[in-house]
Design a binder for this molecule. Structure first.
Ligand code: NOJ
Ligand code: CA
Length: 673
């Protein structure tokens, strides 16, 4: 035995001696934190020198004793030998307003606890809990002074589930990053998955995610060794294996467990937003919810190309046509992808190959003329920056690129990060990616330009702090139905997204396909949906910016387009009325700028009859229900375009019977009379 080991032994027996002296048994002192409604109970303790927590909901265990702590590259771990140095109770009880959102008012009501733990060598680790009625979060404050730098080599955080729930997940560390369909499996079958991870069972719905991911790596969840129910934090590493290059005193993101009585209730949780910091941009009125059209779908179905050639999409003439059409049809904005230089670089989507220039238009696109024309017609141009995952190159060009858009009145940008690694080597959700994205967030905030990234770092509720980060892709979007090498998404995909990906924040899915026959160039691809379902997606898949994706000519003369004109993108309040993950969902939302309500219903590949009480409508008020339903014989496979439009008068006492076709849906506007 060497001196070090001996000293450790002496120290640990000293610690035991002290413990024995102060506490007659080894029973830990569990600090209980109850949600304001008393249903969710989280307990925290230092037990045998380990920091641990557990949770119950409605008196039933959901998470058993789970360990907290850290290991570092070049200093002792913080996993054992802890003592509680200080415990403080905290609470929140406030309401705050979202500048735009799925609901205007958010209630922040929680009970909390902040504990300072001291390690045997005197370092202090703070762990802070907040328990809401709809879930709880905890985060760490790492020890040390702000100028101290060190490397996290493992975040020990465990989630030891009390039972083998049913899980809805997408895998971590895969080539297409978040662009996968969700798998349904037993919790015990998971290996390593991304968050949000959604679980169901025992009459409950749960999700694990994180809030306020800044200056840190994304958290994935990995099944603990020799275990079938305990997941542990698995931070996406840098290419050299470091997990997080940390600073002393830094807060980690919140680790969040959402809890609800049903999947429908889970979909309406607000804990993640509440765990983010208030807005840093002051007046956010320049980040405007809106609908837009563009040439994107045309590219995906092979009608246009991004690269120069006979079918080049981004030409001045086409931009003007789209602007004219938007102006005539009440759509506020147009996105012309492929307008800038660099799309001619072969295989730009392969790692390291792209060479985009962000402040110069390609020869066929006259930005000055397009911008002048758009302004004259009262239409906005949505900018487009595809980085091809060449992040440092993009950051180098960012200031001139934003100046360029300022010059031409462009107030929002769709961003793209196509590629499997950033700058060839780094995962798109490690600390490298998070830091690089934060630079874009801060630079665009200064320019007052809104952004909606595709292939993004996952959303963790940062829209509260930075409301100009309006929407993200970060999912297998509609684009896969257009031109992906496989046949597209499955019909149940959109009935899973609201309970999984959308728990993290708005989704730029790009709904609104009206023409289902684009087989000429895409013989194997299908939109696995009816037209009525495409309308319902505008309500169900929340995003403050919604692209009506189809070609304008496919909307011409179609009465159902009226729903796309009418449907708002900013809501007073929202309620998931019913749903089963992977089967169906019904969502109601109230317009933020009128008394109208909207409803969207989606089903998977099975037809379905649903009875929906309209009790969400204002009592005593009459509404004209404008109903867009699947027509007779509608079926996503054989007759997707069949839609019937009808009207009837309803009140909050009406119960509507919805009949949904296979892959179908229903969209309703309740116009207040
Ligand atoms: C992938 C994005 O998801 C899509 O929206 C975009 O059109 C292409 N990349 C090109 O930037
Ligand atoms: Ca994508």
């Amino acid at each position: 035995m060497n001196a070090k080991t001996l000293w450790r032994l002496v120290k640990s027996s000293l610690a035991v001696a002290v413990l024995t002296a102060t506490a007659p048994s080894f029973a830990a002192d569990w600090h209980e934190i109850r949600s304001p409604d008393g249903r969710l109970e989280v307990e925290f303790a230092v037990e045998d020198g380990q920091a641990v927590y557990r949770a119950e909901y409605r008196g039933r265990a959901i998470i058993d004793r789970s360990v907290l702590g850290f290991r570092f590259k070049d200093r002792p771990a913080l996993v054992s030998g802890f003592k509680i140095a200080d415990v403080e109770r905290t609470s929140t009880n406030a309401q705050w307003q979202q500048p735009w959102g799925e609901r205007r008012i958010v209630t922040d009501l929680s009970a909390g606890l902040s504990a300072v733990l001291s390690s045997p060598d005197g370092r202090k680790l703070r762990i802070e809990f907040r328990v809401f009625n709809d879930g709880f979060g905890f985060r760490y404050q790492l020890p040390g002074k702000p100028n101290e730098r060190f490397v996290v080599s493992d975040e020990v955080t465990e989630f030891a589930f009390s039972q083998n729930y049913k899980a809805w997940s997408i895998p971590a560390y895969r080539e297409k990053f978040s662009e996968y369909e969700y798998s349904r499996s037993a919790l015990s079958a998971l290996s390593v998955v991304q968050t949000p991870l959604t679980l169901e069972g025992n009459g409950l719905a749960l999700a694990i995610h994180e809030a306020a991911l800044v200056d840190y790596a994304s958290m994935n969840l990995r099944m603990a060794a020799d275990n079938t129910k305990t997941l542990k934090a698995d931070l996406t590493p840098w290419s050299n294996g470091d997990l997080v290059r940390a600073r002393g005193g830094q807060n980690t993101p919140w680790r969040v467990v959402l809890v609800a009585d049903s999947a429908a209730q889970l979909a309406d949780s607000t804990a993640i937003l509440n765990l983010n910091e208030p807005s840093r941009i002051g007046d956010a009125s320049w980040a405007k919810p809106m609908k837009y059209i563009g040439i994107f779908w045309g590219m995906h179905i092979g009608k246009f190309t991004w690269e120069p050639g006979p079918n080049l999409g981004a030409t001045t003439a086409r931009a003007k046509e789209y602007i004219d059409w938007a102006a005539k049809n009440g759509i506020p904005a147009v996105l012309i992808e492929g307008w800038n230089r660099g799309w001619d670089v072969p295989e730009w989507w392969q790692n390291g190959k792209s060479r985009f220039i962000f402040d110069a238009a390609a020869p066929d696109f006259d930005m000055a003329e397009v911008s002048r024309y758009a302004t004259a017609k009262g239409v906005e141009i949505v900018g487009h920056h595809e980085t091809g995952a060449q992040v440092q190159d993009y950051l180098r060009q960012l200031e001139p690129a934003l100046d360029y858009y300022d010059r031409f009145g462009v107030r929002s940008i769709k961003l793209g990060y196509v590629g499997t690694r950033l700058d060839v080597h780094e995962w798109p959700d490690g600390q490298y990616a998070v830091e690089a994205f934060q630079k874009v967030v801060e630079a665009t905030a200064k320019h007052q330009i809104a952004i909606f990234p595709h292939e993004p770092v996952k959303d963790t509720g940062l829209r509260r702090t930075w409301p100009h980060v309006m929407s993200r892709e970060g999912a297998r979007g509609q684009e896969y139905n257009g031109g992906s090498p496989d046949s597209g998404n499955s019909p149940d995909h959109v009935t899973i997204l609201p309970f999984t990906r959308l728990l993290s924040g708005p989704l730029d899915y790009t709904p609104g396909v009206f023409d289902f026959d684009y087989r000429e160039k895409r013989p194997i691809n299908r939109v696995p949906s009816t037209l009525a379902q495409q309308l319902a997606l505008f309500v169900v898949l929340y995003s403050p910016v919604q692209m009506a994706v189809d070609l304008p000519e496919n909307y011409e003369g179609k009465p159902a387009f009226q729903f796309i004109r009418d449907v708002p993108t900013d809501w007073e309040t929202s309620k998931t009325l019913m749903g089963e993950i992977g089967d169906y969902i019904v969502t109601a939302r109230q317009d933020r700028h009128s008394s109208d309500w909207y409803l969207g219903a989606l089903t998977n590949e099975r037809s379905r009859a649903l009875s929906v009480p309209l009790s969400f409508l204002s009592k005593g008020r009459r509404y004209e229900a404008q109903i867009y339903a699947d027509g007779a014989g509608a079926d996503w496979k054989t007759a997707p375009e069949r839609v019937t439009i009808s009207k009837r008068i309803v009140t909050s006492r009406t119960v509507l019977n919805l009949s949904l076709a296979p892959g179908g849906g229903q969209a309703i506007r309740f116009k207040a009379l």
